[in-house]
Design a protein around this ligand. Structure first.
Ligand SMILES: *Cc1c(COP(=O)(O)O)cnc(C)c1O
Length: 364
């Protein structure tokens, strides 16, 4: 590929040349056999990646669209029930806002930035609530703070205390980089976007959805239109989509899923762990801190605590001259932290080149 700026930002992530090329195949119609075969191939492989035998909806939207879908299809309008939203940073806060804007009663558990949601907090919130929550919303990997929440432990508490509560998980910045077993955990919605650990361009979103979630959707009158799970299901069983999907992105997805499964999911997860460990070790070696609470550091994005007080803007300007780009802190964390994504197909050599360039900047 010609010299371009390599992305170490948490989405969109670096996309391999062969995957970019897959998008340039001649167009096909979406109401024919060739498309149905493409959809079926993708569906089967997505089920493997999501660890489910149920279904994985494919949406031509970014992940935010499926946030709205989960809110509309899984939470009833009974104001006494509502959703329990766990907030630990900017993305989880936004999802809570999506529930509210869709008119759903939203009970919030909030922890400070850099902290993780603990199972005890969920236990207390469930016990304190007079009615059963229709759903709980959990952002697995809070991209704004580099915190990975203890999903398994949180899910165990919900299953024990409130088995009828649907479990909705945003794994936008972790799915395909970290193992999340939809079936074993008993999740109801597990959603992600194409431009993070899948290593694809932005524009597609995926959600594994349980039979139980579809049953809930049947009881809700106003589910909207574009993200109506029942409509998506009606077409999915025919290997199709209700509206015209981003077919070029599906060509790229088909190719990328082949490559991911050929490499092996466990190998890909181990690769993400390896890059995360390298990144943390580099940060510490340069005298920086890690922003995430110890024990909850993300495997896919490291939020570096800017304890040395470097000028992050100047750093990125320097990196631009080396054709690299990382992320400043998110929102109020701008300048106080900076973020390095280690997702999808970034290699150890890419990470080392980035660290060398930052070290060079630090020596100036
Ligand atoms: C990127 C991100 C989103 C937003 O996804 P879009 O695909 O941009 O809509 C939501 N949640 C998390 C945790 C993210 O990292």
């Amino acid at each position: 590929m010609t010299e371009h700026t390599k992305l170490f930002i948490p989405g969109p992530i670096e996309v391999r040349e062969s995957i970019l090329q897959a998008q340039t195949r001649p167009m096909i119609g979406h109401r024919g056999k060739v498309f149905e075969d493409l959809f079926a191939r993708i569906q089967s492989k997505l089920r493997t990646v999501f660890y489910t035998s149920q279904r994985v909806f494919l949406s031509t939207s970014s992940g935010t669209g499926l946030w709205e879908g989960a809110a509309r299809n899984c939470v009833t309008d009974d104001p006494s029930r509502g959703v329990l939203a766990t907030v630990c940073g900017a993305f989880s806060e936004r999802w809570a806002d999506v529930f509210e804007r869709n008119g759903k009663t939203t009970t919030v558990i909030q922890v400070g930035q850099g902290k993780a949601i603990k199972p005890e907090m969920v236990r207390d919130a469930i016990k304190a609530h007079p009615a059963t929550f229709d759903a709980i919303a959990i952002v697995h990997n809070e991209t704004s703070t580099g915190v990975m929440n203890p999903l398994e432990d949180i899910v165990a508490v919900v299953k024990e205390l409130s088995p009828d509560t649907l479990i909705l998980v945003d794994a936008v910045s972790s799915l395909a980089g970290v193992k999340i077993d939809f079936e074993a955990l008993g999740l109801d919605v597990l959603l992600t976007s194409s431009q993070k650990c899948f290593g694809l361009p932005p524009g597609l979103a995926f959600a594994a959805v349980s039979d139980r979630a579809l049953e809930r959707a049947r009881t809700i009158k106003h589910r909207g239109y574009y993200f109506d799970f029942l409509e998506l299901e009606k077409f999915l069983v025919k290997n199709n989509t209700p509206a015209t999907p981003a077919i070029s992105l599906m060509f790229a997805l088909d190719q990328q899923l082949d490559d991911m499964l050929a490499e092996g999911l466990d190998a890909r997860f181990a690769h993400h762990t390896c890059l995360a460990e390298m990144t943390r070790a580099w940060a510490r070696s340069q005298g920086f801190g890690l922003f995430a609470e110890p024990g909850y550091e993300s495997q896919t994005v490291t939020c570096v605590d800017n304890t040395r007080g470097i000028d992050v803007k100047a750093l990125n300007k320097f990196l631009a001259s080396r054709h690299m780009n990382l992320s400043d802190g998110y929102g109020t964390l701008k300048g106080k932290t900076f973020r390095i994504a280690h997702m999808a197909d970034l290699a150890e050599t890419d990470m080392r080149a980035l660290f060398e360039a930052i070290n060079e900047f630090l020596r100036q």
